[in-house]
Design a protein around this ligand. Structure first.
Ligand code: 8DG
Ligand code: MN
Ligand code: MN
Length: 379
């Protein structure tokens, strides 16, 4: 056997849930490029686009987990989803990285970034309530290109799209950690006042240690099973004046079967909302000069999820993300453990028998995985 170029490379595990991926990593130049191609693939509507998107994300996720910067092509050897003799998709990642190493940029990535399709799709999909299929319709069927086009054309919009346009500027500014903590505190205080013992847990990007995000994700629960019931309606009513919009999803208590587990959708009672965030000091300002009141709040996205205690650990794991981490741990569990993992629980693949756990640590342990704290799930 030939001497290995870099001993660390053949120790990179296949699944992202088997390795640490910190928020700050050494290969941003490459991962940004691969994620442009991932995003572009997700905007497209051909039968292979989902698989293409996944291949770019897997390549990117491998690079994010490396404890060093890639500086020459030889270091790509044996990297999962980048160097593979039997995968043309891995080859595509390798080609892009090689181009960047040699030229400083990738023609393909530059071409995509500057394409009219990509630019318009990015704008359209950046509107709350708009996904790729609506955006494609606007681009291809109606020949729309800019945000101005969307605003001036008399389009039939859903309620959330209308609000997405109305609060577009606010919602496209990042939600800052300080603001998130402020909203979490208000929701927590309101919940505990309504029912003593209630817990409000920050999940999503902020739990992974990000200092800004596109929304705040909060799980409402209670240490006594059943005591979480009714909390969503109560807290929304109590905080009514703080919300601009609430889109409630009823819970579906029917046990998820193995067949449904492919979908990342869960059955919790939840609410996707737009929160009216009042900036610090706005109360004082409004007293001294009522005219200033308008400028003192901003629309912010908040997700609230209500979870019974017996499913709490699974829901926290499922909502902490990233989306790719969730996909990877579920794929690992199914392929390597013959189990099904969802935000509700863990089940045997053949008999659909439930396996309980009270903490994320216990879930990792029962899955034969080393525990990864949320800050190491940034794939
Ligand atoms: P960001 O908001 O900071 O930008 O990033 P994020 O917190 O990682 O993304 P997110 O879109 O808020 O999603 C957080 C996690 O929630 C994600 O890993 C998947 C999980 N999740 C579910 N069900 C659902 C659902 O119905 N919609 C969304 N958007 N996320 C869901 O388990
Ligand atoms: Mn989030
Ligand atoms: Mn969210």
């Amino acid at each position: 056997k030939k001497a290995r170029i870099d001993k660390t490379t053949d120790r990179i595990p296949m699944y992202a849930c088997q390795r640490s991926t910190p928020l700050q990593h050494h290969n941003k130049q490459f991962t940004d490029a691969l994620e442009v191609l991932e995003e572009h693939a997700l905007y497209r509507d051909d039968p292979n686009s989902e698989a293409r998107a996944l291949a770019f994300r897997r390549g990117s996720a491998t690079l994010k987990s490396l404890p060093y910067k890639i500086t020459h092509v030889g270091q790509l050897k044996n990297l999962p989803y980048i160097d593979s003799t039997n995968s043309s998709k891995a080859g595509h990642c390798k080609k892009i990285i090689t181009e960047i190493l040699e030229e400083g940029f990738s023609d393909e990535v530059e071409g995509v970034t500057n394409s009219e399709f990509f630019k318009s799709m990015k704008i359209f999909c950046g509107i709350f309530g708009v996904g790729p299929s609506t955006a494609r319709k606007w681009f291809y069927d109606l020949n729309l290109r800019t945000l101005e086009d969307i605003k001036t054309k008399k389009l039939t919009l859903t309620k959330d799209q209308t609000l997405g346009l109305r609060y577009h500027e606010d919602l496209n500014k990042p939600l800052l950690l300080e603001e998130a903590n402020h909203i979490a505190k208000l929701v927590r205080e309101t919940c505990t006042a309504l029912r003593s013992g209630c817990t409000v847990t920050v999940v999503g990007g902020f739990r992974r240690g990000k200092d800004k995000g596109h929304d705040l994700d909060l799980i409402i629960s209670h240490p006594i099973e059943g005591n979480e019931e009714g909390m969503l309606a109560m807290v929304l009513e109590k905080l009514d004046e703080h919300f601009i919009y609430t889109e409630k999803k009823a819970s579906n208590t029917k046990r998820q079967t193995s067949l449904e587990s492919r979908s990342t959708m869960d059955h919790f009672e939840k609410c996707f909302s737009i929160f009216k965030y009042r900036h610090e000091g706005s109360a004082k300002q409004s007293q001294s000069n009522i005219l200033h009141l308008e400028g003192t709040w901003a629309a912010k996205r908040v997700d609230l999820i209500v979870v019974p205690k017996s499913q709490f650990a699974f829901a926290v794991l499922g909502w902490t993300g990233t989306k790719h981490f969730e996909r990877e741990i579920r794929r690992y569990v199914r392929s390597e453990k013959k189990l099904v993992l969802t935000s509700h629980g863990m089940y045997t693949l053949d008999t659909n028998e439930s396996i309980s756990a009270d903490s994320e640590e216990e879930i990792f342990e029962k899955l034969g995985l080393n525990f990864l704290p949320p800050s190491e799930r940034c794939c």
